[in-house]
Design a protein around this ligand. Structure first.
Ligand code: 4AD
Ligand code: MG
Length: 508
């Protein structure tokens, strides 16, 4: 009998199937063992009843340890209470391999330990859900562009130039010549757009970011469309449609995964509304507290947030104290004691999270108060700005000095570059950077000199302006930033199977 995948169980309701996988969890009593089997496509509870399977199979089921691999045969039964909606009444079971002392147990582990065991950690339910969402995002990105006639191109990884600043280059040796791992496929994408019209790259990119943050990786995947004959406004329209499409696909097809991640989708549901578009100078007014939204400035909003969090912490502390008094009184049954202890543990965890939030807010307030007009945004500035709207914001027309050399100067707004950053709400910040490209070859040459970049390695790029020069635009989406936001993750390291980051590891 061919085996079935958990994801397909609904097609087999009431029938016998064979499932193959690993043991995620086990509970047993005298006559019944409950096995949670995972097979990559999902998780399902399998009931092994001694009266159905007999003593031998029952003993085998009892022997199974966490992450042992096995096969079960059994009948599919609908049960809405179950994760995934089905369970299996087991009739037969065979073991592939018994796992001994699997290191990741149901108790809590530190992040360092989990990262050291990333090759195993990937099997746990949360990581399983994140990787499934990542895959859905990747698939929906290809669908979005392919359905609109964009051609995918592969940009080189070994490059001779820096497109995004010289401070984040990884240098390597290309047969005796210095070469850099690609920071971006954009310049090559521009060349291909002049050959194919609409293109997108989807590949690994590298940045030597010498600081530990929750949104930077050294190796990350970027999607970079480039469009001939697009101006900045068309670029922004495409960014909006693109992000709406991807978020919509995840909301539609990853319901189970988002539930595993306990993702509150309130803000994701609002992504279908038009994005806010705002010039850099207006965004600065908001960050500095010069402009209010719904009667509140950024500063007032953060101060209120801080007060609310502190109130919430005190009320949870009071709740803990009351429960502790009850527990000490000796009047509770064993069940009531357990119930209260669980509540107390949960409250303590909530308080830890709230305290972390509370320590961040003064930092944000500080950076908002001290923000210097003309500078690039830092993570805190983005958080402050997006906190005011709760919706994605496209900030455009940036001071030329803070953006890359290839950005087009706005002829109606001299000194400003036609660049755009898409900032995600809920503190996730920049997920997309892009803009219209400079077409004036003399301005480009001037910028290359100003950025102290070697002219000879850009000669080929300047050819694009010499032969059939056209207006064109594009953008880059950081895949892992998008995964982190959609999944609601605290840190970018969980968004990629084997992360590479400053101060991190190369193993596994
Ligand atoms: O804003 P960036 O540097 O833009 C470019 O590279 C352009 N060439 C894109 C283009 O117009 N074709 O990077 C684009 C995006 C950022 O918005 C962010 O999402 C992501 O790439 N990104 C990173 N993600 C993770 N770790 C890092 N160190 C990242 N640096 C950039
Ligand atoms: Mg950027």
């Amino acid at each position: 009998m061919a085996h079935t995948y958990i994801k397909e169980l609904e097609k087999h309701d009431g029938h016998e199937v064979v499932l193959k996988g690993w043991l995620a969890q086990k509970r047993d009593s005298k006559a019944i063992v409950f096995l949670v089997l995972r097979d990559g496509t999902g998780f399902v509870q399998c009931i092994v009843d001694i009266n159905t399977v007999g003593e031998e199979v029952f003993e085998m089921a009892k022997k199974l340890t966490q992450e042992s691999s096995f096969t079960v045969t059994g009948t599919v039964r609908k049960d809405d209470k179950q994760f995934g909606g089905y369970e299996i009444q087991v009739t037969a079971l065979t073991i592939y391999s018994l796992a001994v002392d699997y290191p990741i147990t149901p108790k809590e582990h530190g992040t360092g330990f989990l990262m050291d065991n990333r090759h195993l950690w990937l099997r746990s339910k949360r990581q399983w859900a994140i990787m499934r969402v990542r895959n859905t995002i990747i698939y929906s990105i290809h669908k979005f562009f392919q359905e609109r006639g964009f051609m995918q191109m592969d940009a080189p990884i070994f490059t001779g130039n820096a497109s995004e600043g010289t401070t984040t280059l990884f240098e390597t040796d290309f047969y005796g010549q210095p070469a850099y791992l690609s920071q971006s496929g954009q310049l090559y994408g521009e060349a291909m757009a002049f050959a194919q019209g609409l293109i997108y790259t989807f590949g690994p990119t590298f940045r030597a970011e010498q600081s530990k943050t929750r949104r930077h990786l050294s190796e990350f995947w970027m999607i970079e469309p480039e469009m001939a004959f697009y101006d900045l406004a068309m670029d922004m329209d495409l960014i909006e449609q693109f992000v709406q499409h991807v978020v919509g696909e995840v909301l539609d097809s990853c319901k189970i995964e988002l539930k595993v991640l306990e993702r509150d989708t309130k803000f994701l549901d609002r992504v279908k509304e038009p994005f806010i578009r705002m010039k850099y100078e207006v965004a600065v007014d908001h960050i500095q507290g010069l402009k209010a939204v719904d009667g509140k400035t950024s500063i007032q909003m953060l101060e209120d947030d801080l007060k609310n969090i502190q109130d919430e912490i005190s009320s949870k502390q009071k709740d803990i104290e009351e429960r502790e008094v009850k527990m000490a009184s000796g009047a509770l049954t064993k069940g009531e004691k357990n119930f209260n202890q669980n509540k107390i543990d949960q409250l303590k965890n909530d308080i830890k999270d709230l305290e972390e939030k509370a320590t961040n807010i003064p930092q944000w307030l500080n950076s908002a108060k001290n923000f210097k007009r003309g500078e690039d945004f830092g993570g805190s500035d983005e958080t402050v700005l997006t906190r005011m709207f709760g919706q994605p914001i496209m900030v455009y027309n940036w001071p030329r000095e803070v953006k890359a050399f290839y950005m087009k100067e706005d002829e109606t707004d001299l000194g400003y570059a036609k660049g755009v950053d898409l900032l995600a709400p809920e503190g996730y910040g920049e997920v997309v950077g892009g803009g219209e490209r400079e077409t004036d070859i003399n301005k480009l040459i001037g910028k290359i000199e100003e950025h102290k970049l070697p002219m000879d390695v850009f000669e080929w790029y300047l050819d694009l302006r010499r032969y059939g020069n056209i207006p064109h635009s594009g953008f880059g989406l950081g895949l892992e930033r998008l995964v982190a936001w959609i999944c609601g993750l605290q840190h970018i390291r969980e968004t990629i199977p084997f992360p590479r980051a400053f101060g991190g590891r190369l193993m596994p």
